[in-house]
Design a protein around this ligand. Sequence first.
Ligand code: CTP
Length: 401
Amino acid sequence: MAIQGKKILICVSGGIAAYKINYLIRDFVKKGAEVQVLMTPSAENFVSKLTLSTLSKNPVFSDFYSENGTWNNHVELALWADVILMAPCTANTLGKMVHGICNNLVIATYMSAKCPVFIAPAMDLDMYQHPSTKQNLELAEDFGHFIIPAETGELASGLVGQGRMAEPETISKTIEEFFSSDKNSKNLAGKTVLITAGPTYEAIDPVRFIGNHSSGKMGFSIAEEAANRGAKVILISGPSAQQTNHPNIEIHRVTSAREMFDQVFNFYENADIAIASAAVADYAPKEIAKEKIKKSEDELTIELIKNPDILKTMGERKTKQFLVGFALETQNEEENAKGKLEKKNLDMIVLNSLRDEGAGFKNDTNKIKIFTKTELKEFPLKTKNAVAQDILNFVEEQILK
Ligand code: CTP
């Protein structure tokens, strides 16, 4: 069983759904997992420590200090866990997690963790619909956490709607699938993966630049996924709000295409796989004005010169690297993508479709087609995290052939 021998840390916060955690602990323990439980102080109003510790066969803590005066080491607990499950996760706990408000043992432990985190929110329907909850769940996803969405049904308030914590069976199944899925395979252990991500900004003067709408999400998702599969990841990112603190990811932030070029070739030689997901500006201003350009004439001409093509140069300097490029086309999609595969000496190209709603730069979802010289595979619209899995599954199939 996928869960056998796994270490699961359950963090319970103060919601009526806390009573369901008893069933979940029993289920995990029956399946051979080691379970430890932490509670927020307010969770103690909903479920007893004695019940949770009897079921989990471990002491349960809710404070930094135990009654006998011993310190409860949140770092040790965080590093012990193979996964952390925040369930039920109240609006309050969710808000503290994503904004670093560390005023209890649960949040201190969560913030010390390096393992995957699952969140099973539970709250009243209006709270679940509130923009702050929505934004906080999005932030949690951006951190790379997995959300187990609340279900629809009767709520403690008597209202009916979405907000009820997912049933223990659903949570258990999600965790089990995680342990048995590709996400947890270590097929890329020992490999170095070089990834470019985000846009580049090409300075016009000290305050202006030419840029594009790339969010960097796709590249960061691929980086996290490769790191989860055991790879050492070198991530060269243009200006992007994306963050990662994955221990297997070494991140280098750059601004312009030139800087990205230089950083890429600091690492390319030793890379086994290189994935160019950055939206690199093709041109940059020929000269950067030293002072802010004042408005004067009705027209302003900025002379541009071509930037180096990073991916093409990687293709020219290829020795052992499995090289993956991206293409974003508005016409003759497949023909142009295949042309780039050939021209840039790639092993694989990922075609982003701009035609499909939900796909492309700013969205959290993407729709892709993958080409090699001999194969074509088309995928449905998915979240960028799921697309990252598809891309790396395909890469693994090719390199492990
Ligand atoms: N790319 C790169 N360096 C550049 C331009 C693009 O590394 N200066 C990489 C991108 O990261 C992407 C691929 O090349 O993986 C395709 O980029 P795209 O802009 O679509 O293709 P171009 O070759 O620039 O062709 P065109 O703009 O004419 O479509």
